[in-house]
Design a protein around this ligand. Structure first.
Ligand SMILES: [Zn+2]
Length: 332
């Protein structure tokens, strides 16, 4: 058993309480490479922001769970080295799909886990979540649950259609499951292709897709039922069109990739939404920088040469999200 406390990590309890009160959201960035980890830590330290570093099942399969845990421990030490006296870093399991996986993470240094029972029938979702909560709380680990289904593809999580969270269910669910935060479905979606063209309109000037707006009425109805309870938004990348354009210019092919407009996420951050998940934007920032570098420097083959601008580009994106979208800067 390795407690996250021995690694210098924190759970989400205090940072969520502050975020809900302060009208901002904590960034939850997925990571599975050293360059992503470095960029996340540099961005969080420079902006004085708390940060959630999250690991999906796919990331564990790619990088190995043990390595990722040591990287999170390294992130805390690296933040201190960069001058942050008291880093607020959470290591979170994204989309845990079983009690066993959540337990394994809790036993191995994670400070927060998500148990995603959203595809299960309502009562089974409560029962599974409660089982994880009972174990997690013995170890002071916080638990995120999910109610409602998001469309899109995220690693091994995929769904064809979304079902908005039903506000009439949230009080009963939160009370009986004991979860510390709740991921809801209000129209965000996993992946870089969040919406089919037929769901969108098209900007006549640029020809780009304009996605349907988030269901703020559902969010506000949930907030009314659970005042002050931490709400989480998954699938909240904005799919920056300049990165998509760079990728397409240098040999990529991402037609009609579109995300959640940042002004809508900014608005959501001011509400009970206190954790916003961003994964695809980091992938796009990394790929755009690498494609550009490769195209402009065909003779180079040292990975450090193209990973360096990739890391810089991700860091720029993380800082932008923290300062201009989530508002979590200067909160340490
Ligand atoms: Zn998700």
């Amino acid at each position: 058993m390795t407690s996250y406390k021995d690694l210098g990590l924190v759970n989400t309890k205090e940072m969520f309480a502050k975020a809900v009160k302060g009208g901002y959201a904590i960034p939850a960035f997925n990571f599975n490479t050293m360059e992503q980890m470095q960029a996340i830590v540099q961005a969080a330290v420079e902006t004085k922001s708390p940060v959630i570093m999250q690991v999906s099942k796919g990331a564990r399969n790619y990088a190995n769970g043990t390595i990722l845990r040591y990287m999170a421990q390294g992130a805390v030490e690296y933040a201190k080295e960069l001058g942050c006296a008291k880093p607020q870093i959470v290591l979170h399991l994204d989309h845990g799909d079983s009690f066993e996986l959540c337990k394994d993470c809790i036993d191995n240094g994670f400070s927060s886990v998500m148990i995603d029972g959203s595809a299960l029938p309502y009562e089974e979702n409560i029962a599974l979540t409660k089982k994880v909560v009972d174990y997690a709380h013995q170890h002071d680990v916080t638990v995120e649950a999910e109610l409602g289904v998001l469309a899109g593809v995220e690693d091994e999580v995929a769904s064809e259609v979304s079902h908005y969270t039903k506000p009439e269910e949230v009080i009963d669910f939160a009370k009986r499951s004991g979860c510390d935060s709740l991921a809801i479905s209000i129209g965000t979606s996993h992946g870089a292709y969040k919406f089919k063209p037929e769901q969108c309109t098209r900007d006549p000037k640029t020809g780009k897709l304009v996605p349907p707006p988030l269901a703020f009425d559902v969010l506000h109805a949930i907030e009314e039922k659970l005042p002050g309870f931490p709400i989480v938004l998954h699938g909240s990348s904005s799919v920056p069109q300049d990165e998509v354009d760079t990728i397409n210019k240098f040999g990529g092919k991402l037609p009609d990739a579109v995300g959640i407009p940042e002004e809508q996420l900014r608005e959501a951050s001011k509400s009970a939404v206190c954790k916003i998940n961003i994964d695809s934007d980091s992938r796009l920032a990394m790929t755009a920088a690498i494609r550009k570098y490769m195209a402009e420097n065909p003779g180079h083959f040292d990975p450090r040469q193209y990973l360096k601008p990739a890391r810089e580009n991700m860091k720029k994106m993380y800082i932008h999200k923290i300062v201009n979208v989530l508002g979590s800067n200067d909160k340490l």
